[in-house]
Write a protein that binds this ligand. Structure first.
Ligand code: ADP
Ligand code: ZN
Length: 528
């Protein structure tokens, strides 16, 4: 009976209604599907939750043969196949986690024409056997999921994806559809070029996710700030908390559990079984908070994720967009919240400086980081900034922190000059210091260190007493984000001038600093 349900084809709309029970196609789905059914190629840029899967699943059912889906999401293949089987669609997968006999079963089903969909890990296509196998059956179409993985410009490059241009050379008559939920103009062009999809029809949906409220707050005590967010706005909700390191994943999860939040850790250092178990609980139970590195989340289809929180700065806007995009797939109001501070900038710059790869690679990483910092430091609508980054226009949204509580900006030019001259004076003595000590000097604090170093005698000692610590850190962050000041990332995060610093010192370049809006919600849970 399962077989009959899927095998009896029909028009795309009939298939949609009969197999999925949905009434209508959404957005560009119908046109994409018509293109592929007619044998044409398509490149699809559609945000998470937009409904990309149907764009290849429906044509696979309508066309003769098996739809071959290349996907890097090995951990999810079983779930995807199970979900399809429940609908009566005949699906299987081939990847390295299987036993030989399991692979053989799937291969035989494919050869017998008994599969509507076959999911393949990209590395399978490096195996000559796989090519022969595909040749001996009938391929209805190739779907290349997470197509941005082919881009070296992007943030998620997978070398195996480069070989996918071979699909077109080897099977020129089989239609291909490449899909991604993240692509800047540059990445878009690179996908088209590398996958030989220049002549394909390109479908670019709006990347706006209006139900997601974007908020980026100053970081002081991130775990306490997170807990406050959960208690005041997301009690009992499912959500994802992203941390940079495995250690901080573990500590944050423990902290949440100790405070009564059902949280689970997820990172690549955990045992495969533990990971699978935690992921399954997150998907099946209500109100679980997954604390994870970015190893978690790609392809996770949980509609009711109510918040995504970042305790550390993502490396790129693409990463940020993709991670926050896991919130609110069901279209209901959801929160994308991030705590960000100076230390994040220092840490990320250090990672870039010590990363493997050539100068061009490091330059690329730096550009990614700079765009991310610009999003953090913007005083205008976050959504406008985010969509502009993907080459799309938008109006101020009324549903992000900067729209809801517009931050004021203040002219930090004089403050920046005071700061830079303090660093100059220290450098003249052959000394370099991190932000903490420099700010102490500016504010005229007689700390043990200040006394020991004799820094009361610097002419800039105490000339910055009019500003608070927070304001000074804002100035430093702004200067670093604008590359008017550098942080030594090899040693201790000491501050150093760069060539462009001179423009600020000479008054040729104004410095606008964002004033952090007061954290209004503080009072409500202060006692808890
Ligand atoms: P994406 O892969 O783009 O993130 P999915 O393909 O997982 O999105 O689809 C997101 C959700 O929307 C899924 O639950 C899917 O079943 C649902 N969906 C997709 N297209 C339609 C449609 N035409 N009508 C109703 N629901 C749809
Ligand atoms: Zn806005």
């Amino acid at each position: 009976p399962a077989r009959a349900a899927a095998a009896a084809s029909g028009t795309p709309l009939e298939v949609l209604r009969r197999v999925w029970g949905y009434d209508e196609f959404r957005g560009d789905q119908a046109e994409i599907i018509d293109t592929v059914v007619a044998g044409g190629d398509a490149l699809v840029l559609m945000p998470t939750g937009g409904g990309k899967s149907l764009c290849y699943q429906v044509p696979a059912l309508v066309r003769e043969g098996t739809g071959v889906v290349v996907s890097p999401l090995i951990a999810l293949m079983q779930d995807q196949v199970d979900a399809l089987s429940a609908l009566g669609v005949r699906a299987g997968f081939l990847n390295s986690t299987q036993q030989a006999w399991q692979r053989r079963e799937v291969e035989e089903a494919y050869l017998a024409g008994e599969l509507d969909l076959l999911y393949l890990a990209p590395e399978r296509l490096n195996v000559p056997d796989t090519i022969d196998l595909l040749d001996r059956g009938t391929v209805a179409l190739f779907a290349i999921d997470e197509a941005h993985c082919v881009s070296q410009w992007g943030h998620d490059f997978r070398p195996d994806y480069l070989r996918l241009s071979m699909l077109h050379e080897r099977w020129p008559d089989v239609p291909r559809v490449a899909l991604t939920a993240t692509a800047t103009k540059v990445t878009h062009a690179e996908i088209a070029q590398r996958l030989q999809l220049e002549d394909a029809r390109h479908f670019v949906a709006s990347f706006d996710r209006p139900n997601i409220q974007y908020r980026i707050v100053g970081k002081d005590n991130p775990r306490a700030q997170l807990l406050e967010l959960l208690r005041t706005e997301h009690a009992g909700d499912a959500g994802i908390v992203y941390c940079l390191s495995r250690a901080s994943v573990e500590q944050t999860a423990e902290h949440l559990v100790a405070n009564g939040v059902p949280a689970l850790p997820y990172h690549a250092g955990l045992d495969r079984q533990v990971r699978a178990h935690n992921q399954a609980r997150f998907l099946r139970e209500d109100g679980i908070v997954m604390v994870a590195t970015i190893a978690f989340g790609m392809g996770i289809d949980k509609p009711d994720v109510r918040f995504v929180a970042h305790l550390d700065l993502p490396k790129s806007v693409e990463g940020y967009y993709q991670e926050t995009g896991r919130a609110g797939r069901d279209g209901l109001p959801s929160t994308a919240w991030m705590a960000y501070g100076l230390q994040d900038v220092v840490q990320q710059r250090r990672l870039i400086d010590t990363s493997e790869g050539d100068a061009a690679h490091r330059r690329r990483l730096t550009q990614h980081l700079d765009a991310m910092l610009a999003l953090c430091e913007t005083a205008s609508c976050r959504r406008v900034q985010l969509l502009n980054y993907f080459g799309q226009q938008a109006q101020p949204c009324g549903n992000c922190d900067t729209c809801l509580t517009p931050p004021s900006t203040w002219d930090g030019t004089v403050a920046a000059q005071k700061l830079l001259s303090t660093i100059v004076r220290m450098a003249q003595r052959g000394q370099r210091y991190g932000v903490g000590h420099v700010v102490d000097v500016l504010r005229g604090k007689r700390t043990a260190r200040v006394t020991q170093l004799g820094h009361e005698s610097l002419s800039t000692f105490g000339i910055g007493a009019d500003l608070s610590d927070t304001e000074w850190r804002g100035v430093v962050r702004q200067l670093i984000a604008a590359e008017l000041l550098a942080v030594d990332t090899e040693g201790y995060g000491t501050l150093q001038l760069v060539e462009a610093s001179g423009e600020v010192l000479k008054g040729e370049r104004p410095v606008l600093v964002r004033r952090e809006p007061e954290r209004a919600r503080r009072r409500s849970s202060g006692s808890g």
